[in-house]
Write a protein that binds this ligand. Structure first.
Ligand code: AMP
Length: 308
């Protein structure tokens, strides 16, 4: 069993989609990553911060799934990171209405000693200086460092983000953000520009249109499963990242071929996450239904063709 270190927000989200809206519910990048990764046999820990307003029941949810939360700091008198978003009718695009950093603004992450030799480090979406501090605290170079980010950090902290991107192996990013980061419309050209910034692998997530994995001259594509009901895409990217990093940590293999499988596992788990609001679907997800959907994935992409 490999060790997986996760950093990212643990948050309150308020979400509006064409199908309804929620008040403050459990959210955050590290939350979705942890819940997805816990579907694999990994030894996972979350480094993050919440305020005193964060319900103990939410912390228990993570602990119940064997996620080590000893480095999830609870700030006395502090308020938890809050994000509010509204989706457009196509569900592929959204507006951020509120981002309150609250306790995240002064957070100094502390990697637990027993995770300083983690095999896989998953730097989820949050301030790039926090992502960098986690890398700096590692005692051994992890086998693979994966980073996810979003437009908010490109808009506000681009120089810091550029520095941390130099140190990573895999950047996972959505199509719109890849275009913003590189100024290239073509995703192939965008991936090449990102290679020049540091990473050897780039995953570009395209929502309901699947995900692309780039490495040198090679490209691998995983579709998104066509679903009858999509209620809330929030956290799909993070769930993908959790499945991707969780599978890599559990299999202890970071070859390109295994990264392809990790993309499938990430896409598979993300397909569940969007079926209910927030983390709800990830909380009642069983391994049998995960496996049966993997079969559907395989059937969706397999074909025989006569080639000359
Ligand atoms: P995703 O839909 O995968 O992009 O992730 C949505 C999650 O990211 C929500 O649960 C939010 O709490 C969290 N989030 C939103 N904005 C930020 C931000 N600027 N930094 C870190 N996490 C964020």
């Amino acid at each position: 069993m490999g060790k997986l270190l996760i950093v990212g927000t643990v948050a309150f989200d308020a979400i509006e989609t064409p199908f309804g809206k929620t008040d403050k519910i459990l959210g955050g990048a590290a939350t979705f990553i942890g819940l997805a990764a816990s579907q694999f046999d990994v030894d996972a820990a979350i480094v993050s911060v919440v305020g005193e307003d964060f319900p103990k029941a939410y912390l228990d949810l993570l602990e119940d799934r064997n996620i080590d939360i000893s480095a999830l700091e609870v700030v006395k008198g502090g308020k938890t990171f809050f994000w509010k978003g509204k989706y457009h009718n196509d569900l592929n695009s959204r507006d951020t209405l509120v981002t309150e950093l609250n306790v995240l603004a002064d957070f100094k992450p502390l990697v637990p000693n027993n995770y300083k030799d983690s095999d896989v480090v998953m730097l989820g979406n949050l301030h790039p200086n926090i992502q960098m501090s986690v890398i700096d605290q590692m005692e051994k170079r992890p086998k693979i460092i994966i980073l996810d980010t979003m437009n908010f950090w490109m808009d506000h902290t681009l120089p810091e983000l550029t520095e941390v991107v130099k140190k990573i192996d895999v950047l996972t990013i959505n199509d719109e953000e890849a275009r913003q980061l590189t100024g290239e419309y073509s995703l192939v050209k965008a991936a090449q520009k990102i290679f020049q910034m540091g990473p050897d692998y780039v995953v570009i997530k395209k929502g309901e249109h699947g995900a692309l994995l780039f490495h040198e001259e090679q490209v691998f594509f995983a579709p998104a499963l066509p679903l009858e009901d999509v209620f809330d895409p929030t956290g799909a990217g993070d769930t993908f990242a959790g499945g991707f990093s969780g599978y890599l940590a559990a299999s202890e293999d970071v070859s390109f071929d295994n990264l392809k499988k990790a993309v499938i596992h990430g896409s598979n788990l993300a397909s569940f996450s969007v079926e209910k609001f927030g983390t709800e679907r990830m909380l009642d997800l069983g391994r049998d239904e995960i496996n049966s959907r993997l079969h559907q994935f395989k059937a969706l992409t397999q074909f025989e063709i006569e080639l000359q």
